[in-house]
Design a protein around this ligand. Structure first.
Ligand code: ADP
Ligand code: MG
Length: 391
């Protein structure tokens, strides 16, 4: 099995231009792109003042656009009906729902005093929808970048990411952390985006070695528990912190958790152990990468997965199977580390592996996973890629 290609940005732009010409009968003058993201390590600790270390993937949402001299935006996306937005009004959420991500971004610019000129735009995407790779953040960050281009202004990257996050909160009703929009906005080629979720500051961590790549394997399952499970875990961590009597999880040591193990009780004590250990693992992973020690990521990713499975209980049979297959291929087969990624209860895994063997590893993972579950997974490779930009 050849790994599916990540379509070059130039190809996406060309597809967007073709669709734009068909829809609007003129040439686009601007192209804006923003990528999806995947998290390498640091799971379920963004809401615990922890660290996360995602990167922008080589999958993008691209807008082709042109000012149209009217007070309206006309926006198309392949497979959707054309949407008209009246830019003379402050934007509120509406239908169709997919355009809410864009309405929310427009509103963010309006709230900053910008008057948005009318424009026509067409969207194409290589970010799989709803696969936990944050097509929604890609759409928001691409839209914000397009508006920067139309207004001929440049917003600070952090402000742009926060504006995009607010669009997701207020217009899509998803109370997400800062990881997705920060990764899509700050991502760079050969860099991971280490985010300190307490200070809200990103730091770019080198991922230069071309001999390494990351396989992203979609289990194609989504268990019902997803939403309720997420809320319950957040509650567990809030309860735990209150019992520990600390202002932040960053002030909690493992010895504090051990000292109050019985008082924390089941399952809050195990949730606490995950949070404290995962923060340490993520700091450790960043430190190892800065010293170009990729091998150290293997045990850290393994411990992260085990902790998410056993202590935080957000994995599922399919994620465990996918990770086990990668583990059994092992270091001698070119696999450095593997773990579930994202919120859990389904979704994708990440496997850090040798670039030259990625195809062969993906083939084994796909075949073994299908044999074990009867489900055909979708697997592709990505190295850290460039964040939102105009081109
Ligand atoms: P994820 O962010 O994990 O991919 P979400 O449910 O948060 O999943 O976001 C997916 C939603 O984002 C889609 O249902 C759609 O509304 C919107 N979206 C993403 N990509 C596009 C696109 N190319 N065109 C139109 N809408 C899109
Ligand atoms: Mg999303």
């Amino acid at each position: 099995m050849a790994l599916p290609l990540n379509p070059p940005l130039a190809d996406l732009a060309s597809d967007a231009s073709t669709a734009f010409r068909e829809a609007f009968g003129s040439e686009p003058t601007l192209h804006a792109a923003a990528p999806g993201r995947v998290n390498l390590i640091g799971e379920h600790i963004d809401y615990c003042d922890g660290f996360v270390m995602p990167f922008a993937i080589e999958r993008y949402i691209v807008f082709a656009a042109r000012a149209n001299g009217t007070p309206e935006a006309h926006i198309g996306s392949t497979g959707q009906d054309l949407v008209t937005l009246d830019l003379s009004k402050r934007k509120e959420p509406g239908i169709p729902k997919w355009a809410n991500y864009i309405r929310g971004v427009i509103r963010g610019f309006q709230d900053r005093g910008h008057h948005i000129p009318g424009f026509d735009a067409w969207i194409v995407s290589s970010v799989p929808l709803g696969a936990g790779l944050s097509s929604s953040a890609a759409l928001e960050c691409a839209a914000a970048t397009l508006l920067e281009g139309l207004l001929d202004t440049v917003m600070e990257t952090k402000e742009k990411a926060l504006l995009a996050q607010k669009a997701e909160h207020d217009f899509a009703g998803v109370p997400c952390g800062i990881m997705d929009q920060f990764a899509s906005a700050f991502g760079q080629a050969n860099r991971l985006v280490l985010i300190d979720c307490q200070s809200g500051e990103p730091e770019l961590v080198p991922f230069e070695n071309p001999d390494l790549t990351v396989l992203i394997a979609n289990t194609m399952v989504h268990h019902e528990l997803s939403d309720g499970g997420y809320a319950a875990r957040r509650k567990n961590t809030e309860d735990g912190l209150a019992i520990l009597g600390k202002p932040s999880w960053r002030d909690v040591e493992m010895s504090d958790v051990e000292a109050k193990w019985d008082e924390l009780g089941e399952p809050v004590n195990r949730r606490a152990r995950h949070v404290v250990s995962e923060i340490a693992r993520t700091i450790g992973a960043a430190k190892s990468l800065k010293q170009n020690d990729f091998e150290a990521l293997g045990p850290l990713m393994a411990a992260s997965h085990d902790s998410l499975r056993d202590d935080f209980e957000v994995s599922c049979k399919e994620l465990d199977i996918m990770v086990e297959i990668a583990r059994s291929i092992g270091r001698s087969g070119g696999v450095i580390g593997a773990r579930m990624t994202g919120g859990g209860f389904g979704g994708s895994t990440v496997t850090l592996c040798e670039s030259g063997r990625a195809s062969e590893i993906a083939e084994t993972m796909a075949a073994e996973y299908e044999k074990a579950t009867g489900i055909k997974p979708e697997i592709f490779a990505s190295r850290p890629s460039r964040g939102a930009h105009l081109f």
